[in-house]
Design a binder for this molecule. Structure first.
Ligand code: G3P
Length: 250
């Protein structure tokens, strides 16, 4: 349908110990070895070293779930770009609605993080999405456009080409209420049109936009087949080898 490689990324959130993580990816790597989609596991910080080691030489890439934008310094409890890059992390998920809600992450912080992620040679997965109230108010497109416009400020066209954007309607996260294929695609189209306004067609052709929110083995193929959806950011269903394997091939 287009030149973009579909990307199936798991967001494990705060699940699995380092030992469980390594056991999981050891099982996963055999089962997704021939996957048609790019496969990414977004794991807790403490699981990164073991998981990076376990997936060496495989088609599985590793994502962190957050990062501070400063290189180093007095930021107790934070993890920086050089630390993640040194471990061999490929992607960093930023702007997840849980981080926005519980940890006060703002669009401006997400923008700083995006710059820092590129600075240290990694790629951001930038999340956006509306609440149920915003959807009912009819402001979904405005809200998501604003989130992404600020998140991308000052990035170069080359950087935006590599960027992954994840559209995750908050009402669909962990609720079992998936957006319909049309609802999901509609907002992904809005995002792609925004990227086109800001960066032109060549960039727009390449930027990948995922859908996230109750993606599972049953609905992934239909969602990923939509014109503007290039894969999924998957929570609950990424914690099971069988289910995530189906999604990795959807
Ligand atoms: O980042 C993925 C996520 O928020 C979706 O979670 O459990 O609804 O797939 P889930």
């Amino acid at each position: 349908k287009n030149p973009r490689k579909t990307i199936a990324a798991g967001n494990w959130k705060m699940n699995k110990t380092p030992k469980e993580a390594v056991e999981f990816v050891n099982e996963l790597k055999a089962s997704v070895a021939d996957a048609s989609n790019e496969v990414v596991v977004g794991v807790p910080f403490v699981c990164i070293p073991g998981v990076v080691e376990a997936v060496k030489g495989t088609n599985i890439k590793v994502a962190a779930q957050n990062m501070h934008w400063e290189e180093k310094g007095a930021f107790t409890g934070e993890v920086s770009g050089p630390m993640l890059a040194d471990l061999g992390v490929d992607y960093v998920i930023i702007g997840h609605s849980e981080r926005r809600e519980y940890f006060g992450e703002t669009n401006e912080m997400i923008n700083k993080k995006a710059h820092a992620i590129f600075k240290y040679g990694m790629t951001p997965i930038i999340c956006c999405g509306e609440t149920l109230t915003q959807r009912e108010q009819g402001v979904t497109a405005d809200h998501v456009r604003y989130q992404i416009k600020v998140a991308l400020l000052g990035l170069t066209p080359e950087q935006v080409k590599k960027t992954v954007i994840a559209y995750e309607p908050i009402w669909a996260i962990g609720t079992g209420k998936t957006a319909t294929n049309e609802q999901a695609n509609e907002v992904c189209t809005v995002i792609r049109e925004l990227v086109c306004e800001l960066y032109g067609e060549e960039v727009t052709e390449q930027v990948r936009i995922q859908y996230g929110g109750s993606v599972n083995a049953k609905n992934a193929a239909e969602l990923f087949a939509m014109s503007d959806i290039d894969g999924g950011l998957v929570g609950g269903a990424s914690l099971k080898v069988d289910e995530f394997t189906v999604i990795a091939n959807a």
